[in-house]
Design a binder for this molecule. Structure first.
Ligand code: SF4
Length: 285
């Protein structure tokens, strides 16, 4: 067994929050540069250039990539040989340490706090907690923390539907393309599209978000789903929504699909859209 302390987790989360909000991955910037070449609209090209310029300014650590510094989404892949060291206050060490990291980084880093304590009374918690935490138990004695800053504009455009199996592959693809096209400028395109297929209602939504957290150049290892990703990207880019919805050829930068077994009577599909400010980082403890 291996011990991990709450402080190790808090420190890791603080690092991830600050890095994600200020520094776009080099691989993403490369993708945006390549997209300028492919974009046919002059306005679209200028918007893509501005996205790169914005990332250049943000990396100095004064201005975050976007004013919406999002909800904090954390996927914790916890090795089953890990023991969390007792913190003595009766709370879950993992959850309290993650929330401490989010709270301290948002307050100390002057990042916008976007979480309200209740969906109806709308009182801001003033430290961006609680974080949206998902845990998955994996083998081994390590823990991987994957952090995403998720903006409201793009999250609002995400959809889930449980289709009948007769809808088939084409029905699923059409739902994905329609969801992105109908979202139009709202999720600040060019977007990144996470698609979950299969599972049940909540598993499908989880898969869609998990798909968004995959490295930008990583395809689904299953050739069937890798081809589906390519076809969806092509179809979405034919909708003509374009950068920031002003028309053009680059509506999405990438589509990632994650699949899971499902009930014989169901074909769930979830689409989780992320904006051009695609902020996620990971660390292994
Ligand atoms: S959708 Fe993304 S880029 Fe647009 S305002 Fe929200 S966080 Fe910022």
């Amino acid at each position: 067994m291996r011990e991990i302390t709450g402080k190790q987790i808090t420190d890791a989360i603080k690092k991830l929050v600050i890095e994600a909000n200020y520094k776009l991955d080099d691989a993403l910037i490369k993708k945006f540069k390549e997209s300028i070449e492919k974009e046919k609209s002059e306005t679209g090209k200028r918007i893509l250039e501005q996205i790169i310029e914005n990332a250049e300014i943000a990396k100095d650590g004064v201005y975050p990539l976007c004013q919406d510094t999002g909800a904090s989404v954390i996927f914790a892949y916890v090795g089953e040989e890990i023991v969390f060291k007792e913190n003595g206050n009766g709370e879950s060490i993992l959850v309290s340490a993650i929330n401490k990291g989010v709270s301290e980084s948002y307050v100390e880093g002057y990042l916008r706090k976007s979480i309200v304590r209740d969906p109806f009374d709308r009182v801001n918690t003033k430290n961006n907690t609680p974080a949206m935490i998902v845990t998955e138990i994996v083998t081994g004695d390590k823990m991987k923390l994957v952090y995403m800053t998720k903006g409201g504009g793009c999250e609002n455009m995400s959809l889930l539907k449980v289709l009948a199996p007769a809808a088939g592959l084409e029905g699923v693809k059409q739902f994905v393309v329609d969801t992105v096209e109908n979202a139009h400028a709202n999720p600040c395109p060019p977007v990144f599209v996470g698609v979950g297929v299969g599972g049940d209602f909540e598993k499908c939504a989880y898969l869609a978000k998990k798909a968004l957290m995959r490295g930008i150049n990583e395809k689904n290892p299953n050739p069937f789903y890798a081809e589906m990703e390519e076809d969806l990207l092509e179809r979405i880019n034919k909708t003509g929504v374009g950068p920031q919805g002003f028309g053009g050829t680059i509506t999405a930068i990438a589509v990632h699909v994650e699949a899971f077994p499902c009930h014989i009577a169901s074909l769930p599909v979830a689409v989780n859209i992320d904006c051009h400010s695609h902020r996620h980082k990971e660390i292994i403890l």
